[in-house]
Ligand binder design. Structure first.
Ligand code: ZN
Length: 75
C-alpha cells in the first residue's frame, strides 16, 4: 500500500471500528436507573431510533418504497 494512502485507510478503519463498537455498546444496553427521567427518555429515544433503523433495514432488504414515509417523517 502506498504510504500516502495508509493514513486515510487507517482513519476509515478507525471510524468503522468506532461505529461498530458504539453499536455493540448500544446493543448491550447499559444499566439505567429505573426512576430517573433522563434514563427513561434515553430509553424511549433509543427504542424509537432502533425501530426506525429496523424499518429502514427491512425496507432496503425487501426493496420497499419507503420514500413517502421518509418525507412524512422529515416534516
Ligand atoms: Zn439516570
Amino acid at each position: 500500500m502506498p504510504a500516502d494512502l495508509f493514513l486515510p485507510a487507517l482513519a476509515v478503519l478507525a471510524v468503522a471500528l468506532t461505529a461498530s463498537a458504539m453499536e455493540l455498546r448500544a446493543a448491550m444496553r447499559p444499566p439505567v436507573c429505573s426512576r430517573c427521567v433522563h434514563c427513561r427518555h434515553e430509553a424511549i429515544a433509543r427504542r424509537e431510533r432502533e425501530a426506525r433503523e429496523h424499518r429502514l433495514t427491512f425496507a432496503s432488504i425487501w426493496r420497499l418504497d419507503d420514500k413517502d414515509d421518509e418525507e412524512r417523517r422529515r416534516r
